[in-house]
Ligand binder design. Structure first.
Ligand code: 3UK
Length: 506
C-alpha cells in the first residue's frame, strides 16, 4: 500500500529553518563565543553554503565531509548540504590522518570542509574534488554567494546525512539517516523527555559531530524554536563552567566523564552557578549512581541518564524528570519500542539479562555497504539489535555491558584492537589485549601484555611499564589513551586463537 504522506516533498533543512526565520527571524538561534547568529542569518548562511556547493558542481547525493569545531559554520555546512540535497558527514575532530583517509575513501566524499591546520586537511584521495577551508578563500565564496536557495525536493525517507560509528572490527561504519529522523527524535525526546520550549537555551558539552551532540545542539533546539550555545574549544571543566555562567543555559547535556570532571573542579562554586539550568541530561555510557548523587548534592539538580546510539540518531530509553531511578537508563521514550531477547530472539521475562533490541522511525535504514553487519543487526520485523546487554524491571531498563569487546571511554567508542596494534609496535611487547575496567564507576582502557623473550626478566620493572605507556599514549589521540598496563605470562585465547578479552575484564 502506498503511503501518500511519504510522497510529499520534505527537506529537513527547510523544516528546521523556514518557519523559525519567518516567525522569530531576529531571535538568536546560536551563541558561540562572541558570535551570535539569528534564525534569519542562519537561514541566509545555510543558503549561501548550498549555493557554494552548486557553484562547485556538487550533485545531490554527493558526500560532504565536515571536520569542524562546534561553530555556526558547522551548522551552515551541515544544513546547507542537506538543503542542497548533498549528504553531509560530520566527523570527530580529534582523529588522525589515517582515520580521515579511511572515511573519505569509504564515503567517496566529494567535498571536505575543515580548517588548514586540521589533520584531515592533508588528505587528498583521488575521487575527491574540493577542500573548503574555514580560514581562507572559502570565506570569500560564502560572502559572494546568494542568501536565497531552493531546497532539494527530497522525501521524508530519503537520505539526508551520514554519521560514522565504530564497529567491533574497529573500522568505522557509515550510518545514513533520513530527513525525517531528526524530526522524529526531536519530537520524541525533545518533547517527551525534555519538555523543551521556545525559551530554552541548550548547551551540549558533547560536540555536534556525535549523534548525541547533534541532537542536543542542533535539531532538537531548532525544531522547537529554542536557542543553542556552542563551545568551539575542547570542553575543559573550566570552559564548561565559564560557558554556563556566561550564557545561562536552561538545559545542560554531557556524558558521565564530563559531569565527573566538572564535579572535581567545582570547589568554591555551587548551586548558584547552575541556577539557570532546569534539566541535566547524560548519555553515551551508563551514569554511575555516585555521580548522580554528588551532582545533586552540589547543584541541587537531577541528571537524567538515557541510552541512545548513532544508529537510532538519539536517545530511545531515558529517565524522566521527577521519576529517576539512579543506576538505570530509565524507560522507553514515547515513539520507540524496546525489548530484551535471548540469543534466538525470544523475549525474556523481567529481570533476565539479554540483548536489547529497539524499533522506531529514526533508526538508520542500514549501514553503508556493510551487508554482513546489516544482516546481523537488523532483525526482520523492524527491530534493531543495539549490541548491548540489558535487564528490565517495572519498565526500567538497566545496562549490563556490551555484547562485544568495544570499549566506551568518556562516552566515545574505543576499539581495543587499535590500541593493541599500537602496543605491539613496542620492542618489548609480544602480544597485547586491551579491555575496559571501571575506575570510580567509569570505564577506562587497560592493557594486558605478554613480553618478548629477551624482556621476560623485566616483568617486575615499573619503568618498563611507564615506557610502554608513554609509547602507546604518545601515538594515539588522548581519548584512546591507556590508564595503565599489566604484564602477564600469556593471553587467554580460544581454541581458534582468538583473544578472550572478556576473561581479562573479570
Ligand atoms: C552505549 C550507553 C549505557 C551503548 C548516543 C545518545 O552514545 C551514543 O551513540 P554511540 O553510537 O554509542 C551507542 C552505545 O553506547 N550507551 C549510550 N548511552 C548509554 N550505555 N547507558 C547509557 N546511557 O552501548 C550504546 O549501544 O556512540 C547517545 C544519543 C545519541 C547517541 N548516538
Amino acid at each position: 500500500m502506498k503511503d501518500l504522506g511519504k510522497e510529499k516533498v520534505f527537506n529537513v533543512a527547510s523544516e528546521l529553518l523556514d518557519h523559525n526565520a519567518a516567525v522569530r527571524g531576529d531571535k538568536v538561534a546560536v551563541y558561540c563565543g562572541e558570535e551570535k547568529a539569528t534564525y534569519r542569518s542562519v537561514l541566509e548562511n545555510v543558503n549561501r553554503f548550498a549555493n557554494v556547493l552548486k557553484e562547485l558542481g556538487v550533485k545531490a547525493g554527493d558526500r560532504v565531509m565536515i571536520v569542524l569545531p562546534d561553530s555556526p559554520m558547522f551548522i551552515y555546512a551541515f544544513l546547507g548540504s542537506i538543503k542542497y540535497g548533498a549528504w553531509p558527514i560530520p566527523v570527530n575532530t580529534m582523529l588522525n590522518e589515517e582515520d580521515y583517509r579511511y572515511m573519505l575513501e569509504n564515503s567517496q566524499a566529494k567535498v571536505l570542509v575543515t580548517w588548514s591546520q586540521s589533520k584531515a586537511s592533508p588528505v587528498r584521495p583521488e575521487h575527491f574534488c574540493y577542500k573548503l577551508l574555514d580560514d581562507n578563500e572559502f570565506i570569500t565564496l560564502m560572502d559572494n554567494a546568494s542568501t536565497e536557495a531552493e531546497a532539494h525536493p527530497a522525501r521524508e525517507d530519503d537520505i539526508a546525512f551520514w554519521l560514522y560509528s565504530s564497529g567491533s572490527t574497529g573500522k568505522p561504519k557509515g550510518v545514513p539517516h533520513k530527513h525525517i529522523d531528526m524530526i522524529h527524535s526531536a519530537d520524541n525526546y525533545g518533547t517527551g523527555v525534555l519538555g523543551i520550549r521556545e525559551d530554552d537555551i541548550c548547551f551540549s558539552v558533547s560536540k555536534l559531530f556525535f549523534a548525541y551532540g547533534l541532537g542536543n545542539g542542533l535539531h532538537i533546539p531548532f525544531r522547537h524554536g529554542a536557542s543553542t550555545v556552542l563551545l568551539s574549544s575542547p570542553p575543559s571543566p573550566e570552559a564548561v563552567m565559564e560557558t554556563v555562567v556566561t550564557f545561562r543555559p536552561t538545559i545542560f547535556f554531557g556524558v558521565p566523564t564530563q559531569y565527573n570532571s566538572v564535579l572535581k573542579r567545582m570547589n568554591g562554586s555551587g548551586p548558584d552557578d547552575f541556577r539557570s539550568i532546569r534539566l541535566c541530561l547524560s548519555a553515551g555510557e551508563a551514569l554511575p549512581p555516585e555521580i548522580f548523587r554528588k551532582w545533586q548534592e552540589k547543584t541541587g539538580l537531577e541528571i537524567l541518564d538515557g541510552i541512545g546510539s548513532t544508529e537510532a540518531l538519539h536517545i530511545f530509553i531515558s529517565n524522566m524528570a521527577g521519576d529517576v531511578r539512579p543506576g538505570t537508563s530509565g524507560r522507553v521514550v514515547p515513539g520507540y519500542e524496546a525489548k530484551i531477547v535471548d540469543d534466538l530472539g525470544n523475549e525474556l521475562p523481567p529481570g533476565e539479562a539479554g540483548h536489547l533490541v529497539i524499533s522506531g522511525r529514526s533508526i538508520t535504514p542500514g549501514y553503508w555497504m556493510r551487508p554482513d553487519d546489516n544482516a546481523e543487526k537488523f532483525i526482520p520485523g523492524g527491530w534493531f539489535k543495539t549490541g548491548d546487554m540489558y535487564t528490565q524491571e517495572d519498565g526500567y531498563f538497566t545496562y549490563q555491558g556490551r555484547g562485544d569487546d568495544m570499549l566506551k571511554v568518556g562516552g566515545i567508542w574505543v576499539s581495543p584492537v587499535e590500541i593493541e596494534n599500537t602496543l605491539i609496535q613496542h620492542d618489548a611487547v609480544n602480544e597485547a589485549a586491551v579491555v575496559g575496567h571501571e575506575i570510580e564507576g567509569l570505564s577506562k582502557a587497560f592493557g594486558y601484555i605478554s613480553l618478548n623473550e629477551n624482556y621476560r626478566d623485566k616483568a617486575a620493572d615499573e619503568s618498563l611499564k611507564d615506557e610502554i605507556l608513554q609509547f602507546v599514549n604518545g601515538r594515539l589521540p588522548k581519548y584512546k589513551s591507556l590508564r595503565s598496563v599489566f604484564f602477564i605470562d600469556e593471553l587467554p585465547k580460544t581454541a581458534t586463537g582468538k583473544i578472550q578479552r572478556f576473561r581479562l575484564r573479570k
